[in-house]
Design a binder for this molecule. Sequence first.
Ligand code: VGL
Ligand code: ZN
Length: 201
Amino acid sequence: MKPQSEALIVIDVQNDFCPGGALAVDEGDKIIKGINTLMPAYQTIILTQDWHPTGHSSFASSHGGKEPFSMIDMPYGPQVLWPDHCVQGSNGAQFHSDLDVDQAHMIVRKGFRKQIDSYSAFFENDHETPTGLEGYLRTRGVEILTIVGLATDFCVNYSAVDGAKLGFKMNVDQSLCRGIDLDGSLTAAQKLMRENNVNLI
Ligand code: VGL
Ligand code: ZN
C-alpha cells in the first residue's frame, strides 16, 4: 500500500478517446486493465473527465470552415481545434465501461467553460483559472503524484508540468498512457516534461 502522501491521477479514460470515439487515441483502451490493477495500491485516486458544452470553443465546428487539428489563436494563446468530443452527458463523455471508476475518490471535470479549453487537471489553458485540485491534494497531505491516462501529449503532459510547477513530485507512467502525436507533439511533450523534472517511467 502506498502512503497517504501519494496519489494516482487517471486522465480522461473516456469513450471519445478510445477506439471508435470522436477523438480516438490509438490503443487508448489498452491501458485500462493496467490502470485498474494499479488503483488498489493508492489511498487517493482522482479521475479527470473532459466535459465540454455543445459548441465549445475548442471544437473546429464552432469556427465555421476550420478543419479539425488546425490551429487558432485564442485570447489565452494558440489552441488546437478538435473534432467535437466529450460533450456533456453524451456517451462519448462517459468513462470507458472497463475502467473501474468505483475505486476513485474524486472526479475532476474540466473544459466546461465554453470560451476556454482545459487540458490540465490543475489549470485551464489560460494557466490561471484553477480547477481546485491543488487544494484537494494539499488538504489531504498529498505530495507525490503518479499520472496515467490519455492523451500523453496533451492532458497528461499539461497536468504533469503544472503539478511539477506547483511543487508536487510528478511521475508519469508512460506504459499506462497513449498519445495523439500531432506533428511531433509526443516528442515535444516528453522533452517539456523532462525539463520540468517530471519523472517519466
Ligand atoms: C484531450 C484534446 C482535447 C486530452 C482533451 O484528454 O488529452 N485532448 N481534449
Ligand atoms: Zn477536450
